[in-house]
Every structure is written in structure tokens, then in C-alpha cells.
Design a protein around this ligand. Sequence first.
Ligand code: SAM
Length: 289
Amino acid sequence: MSNLQKDSGVLYVVATPIGNLLDISARALEVLRKVVLIAAEDTRHSRKLLAHYGIGTPLLALHEHNEREVTEKLLRRLAAGEDIALVSDAGTPLISDPGFYLVRAARQARLRVVPVPGASALIAALSVAGLPSDRFMFEGFLPSRQAARRQRLETLAAATATLVFYESSHRICDSLRDMADCLGGKREATVARELTKTFETLMHDTLDGLVQQVEADADQQKGEFVVLVAGAPARERSAIDAATVQMLEVLLSELPLKQAAGLVARITGLSRNALYEQGLKIKESRKGA
Ligand code: SAM
């Protein structure tokens, strides 16, 4: 707090609904009412939300094409003591939405930045997908070009955390097909479509199954999507290959078994217990030699 600019205004980063207009907090409405200005991704879109709640605060467009120049103006107004809110078209600003440049610049200028939390499609989807939610990787939108998309998916194939992607109606079929190819068609996954809206749908199946279901039904290709894919299974004991055994042997010459197995587990992602057992076998065979 102490190193913040004195007497400056506050930049409130305000989450708005992802569909259902009721999904906005009482605090968000209060903040949107009391600030002098709302920086919005699309002013026409946000005006509808404000009109619904009878809020007349002036709006200023802040989108990816003007974020840098508008940021300069907003920083001057914040420094002069004005409170400003940042909203995007839906959900939480900066989450696959504009605002990063402004927030970073405001923090660098030692201005106060305050979150007003609320909806985000990725958290809403994760909360109902029925996939492990203790660890997840949010990947936002995959690249639109197929080669780049598949390359990105290949880099994620070994990740054991649940993968979360945003997708649009134009690419949902192509992306699901590439996910099945690159991550494995047998992986469990959930497609969360149109959350909080009239045609909200959750589909849960293997990736192969989801490709079939979505391709077969044009209605399931419409709207906005979050795709969640179960992480790769932790590698099995049988996956301890010759190179891993060699690594374990080298480390066992220098370190106690527990430590050697722990290190190899960290390097390879293999199960610590399986490596410990493998290490025991190595030690036994050394005794016999
Ligand atoms: N800032 C937003 C958030 O916090 O979720 C995300 C904005 S991003 C430009 C828009 C993408 O979010 C959509 O293409 C879709 O992948 C996802 N999304 C937004 N609203 C959604 C909804 N109601 N149901 C499913 N996905 C949604």
C-alpha cells in the first residue's frame, strides 16, 4: 500500500456475466455506478448491460487495437484521482480478453488496481465438468491454423493436469478432432456450451466420442464453448524404459535409494513408488553380482 501514488484514483477490474445477466455481483453494480468512467471492450455491448441495471456511467472503448493509446489517457485520469472501471464483453477482463496492458501499466505507475471478481467461463466450466479440478492448465484459444494448433497440442500431450481450452463455433469440430489425434481419442473430456444461457449443454465422453457427437449434430456446433480434457495418466510402471533404468543405476551409485528414486521421479514424471521398487531390484542384482 505504502508505495502507491498518493491521492490517485482506483482502477477496478470488474467481472460481468458470461450470458445470464443476473450473474453480476452487487459490488460490481455498485462500482460500475460510482466510477467516473468505464473502459469497455465494446461500448455498445456493455451499454446493454448497464441499461438493464439503470446505470448511466460514461463508457470509453478500450480494445486490442487502441489499448496502448487509451492506457496513457486513463493513467493520467487515475493519477488525477478519478476512479475508473475496466470491463470486457463477458466474464473477467484479461482472461482471453483485453486489459493486460492497462493493468500492467497502472501497476507499474503505482496506481491502485482492485479486482471485483465474478463470472469466468473457464471456472464455471471446470466447476461442473466432473474432471479433476485440483490442478488445471488454462490454455485459452488454440491457434487457428491447423499445423500450429497440432504443434501446441503435442506440447500438452504429457501434461497430467486437466486441460482447459476456449473455442468458437467456427473451429469446434476441427479442434476436437486435433485433440483426439494429438492427446489420444480415449481421453475423457467435457464440452461445455453456452453456459448460463438458454441452450446450455454439457457433453461428457471420450474425445473420440465427442468428435462423433458434435459432428453429427449441427446444433451442438453453435455458440460458445469451453473444452476440458482430462490430463495424461501418470506414467505406469511398465513405462520405465532402459534409459530410465540407466539413470537410476547411475544415481544409485552416488545416492541412497529413496533420494535416487525421488530425483528420477521428478525428472521423468514416473511414479516414485515404481522407481523405488525398480531401485530395489537394481540393488538386489548388485548384491548378487
Ligand atoms: N473473459 C471471458 C471469461 O472470463 O471467460 C472470456 C472471453 S473470450 C474472448 C470468449 C470465449 O470464452 C468464448 O469463445 C468461449 O470459448 C468462452 N465463453 C465465454 N462465455 C461462454 C459461455 N457462456 N459458455 C461457454 N463458453 C464461453
